[in-house]
Write a protein of this length. Sequence first.
Lengths: 338, 252
Amino acid sequence: MTAAQTPTVRRQTARERVRELMAHRESGVFLALVIFFVVMYTVSPIFRSPFNLTTILRQISITSIVAMGQTLVIVSGSFDLSQGSIAGLAAMVTAKLWKNFGLAPPIAIMGGLGVGVLCGFLNGVLAARFRLHPIVMTLATGAVFLGVNFYITRGESIIGLPDGLTWLGKGRIGQVPVLIILMFIVAFLMHILLTRTLFGLRVRMIGGNLKASQDVGMNVERIRIGIFTLSGFLAALGGIVLLGRVGNALPQIGQGLLFPVVTAAIVGGTLLTGGVGSMAGTLMGAAIMGIARNALVVLKLDIYLNDVMQGGLVVVALLIDQFRRGELTWRIIFGRDR
Amino acid sequence: MSIEHAVEMRGISKRFGNVQALNGVDLELRRGELLGLVGDNAAGKSTLMKTLFGSVIPDAGEIFVEGQKAGLRNPRDAQALGLAMIYQDLAVFNNLDVAANVFTGREYTRRVLGITFLDKKRMYDESHALLERLRINISSPKLLVERMSGGQRQMVAVARAIGFDARILIMDEPTAALGVKETNTLLDLMAELRDQGISIILITHRITDVLSIGDRVMVLKGGERQGVLDVEDSTLEDVENLIVRGRPEGGG
């Protein structure tokens, strides 16, 4: 009756296991990070000083915190280009609440975070309920948030911030800078959220196969709103930490944030088409970019080349991604196909 | 209506504009049988199955599932009655692992501090047991579906349907995109499911598939039932003749 023998023996060979491991996108990123780190560690005594290593961690912490939110958004198949503006607006609102309304720093910080949540919620509603294209929509809302920022501050800085507002960016717990601890806490929580919770699974489902997600009957709209809200919250948190790191509240704060944030996610292996990405990958992506930037300094290369290098690394990451997905082959590049 | 029938369709008609897609079609699916549904393109096979699954509402006719009259308005109604449909273009999540796909939409969860966590271990264990029970050759429920072949993806879709307690499976050209070996494995799985008591309707162009594992074959032509043949005393030629020439005296 049967057409062929039913194979019932089930085994996972060592080779299968290695292939499975290599299939994890983080493997490549991890390998790149290790090689990069070891090379720098070997060639540069300045690089391997504890002070320098801590500096790198401090430099990547804000980018990483915001990039965790961006990763969540990209995994769901969207983009949030308003994060930089949200960070700036949240930072300025925080400073204003302290300066003009006399609120205690912790309350002011909560207010700033609240602004981020509100901005993110607005993005989410526009993306989910009104079905606006996330790239253009967040570009537009980003302009709005930046405009509101300049409108309420009249473009003026607020200087001389109290310790309570700068603690997140400047403070230390024991020997360790607060923002580094914060980065790892955010990374851990976001990792748990994405991999262990029903919400995280839904995010990966929406990004992986939107139509099937709708067929299953899940509330795609609510999940999308949740994603953008969280992205806004983390952008605001990043902005407020940045406030402390800079020490003064400058209205243009957060404006350089978006590119390194997206970069960290992409170099970390987040698939631009959605469905695939991890917080560990993004953290490693941010670390690679941080070490690369640091290398320019400690090897006494020109720091002005930083943007060239960052942009170049993103292009390389995109190329690697195309190869891995089989969208690109040497034959296509050299014109033997099509 | 007879209880020995898992599905009984009576006088199903459906018109799309000028085209009479189905014209008074009857279908009986016996319990635990594998019924092949064959016919040329535009014979009405898929439309007939869509009416059974609630994604097409017929203009006329009645449908009985397990002896009960079923008023199917959408696929969810059909699922509630224990029906599952597996399409050629599968609704699987390639970016997720096997277990996540098997449990899509009915995940095991645990609430801790108001947060809904996935009970991964339970889902891995149960999907492993399910694969084992169905004798599906997938080494681990932790495998990513994107790393799998077309046939294995079909099996994941089948496992998902069975996991949802489907007792009646509708499979629409499941082997169309598969190689010989994969096709055979999938056919084996269907035979296995049938032996476990699942009733299956298999739409296919490959008549030999039905003849190798099926119990009966129903032939449609021009939206009308041409006849139902017992696989045991039919040849490939019998079925092909019916598909091409039709048989006026054969039912519908």
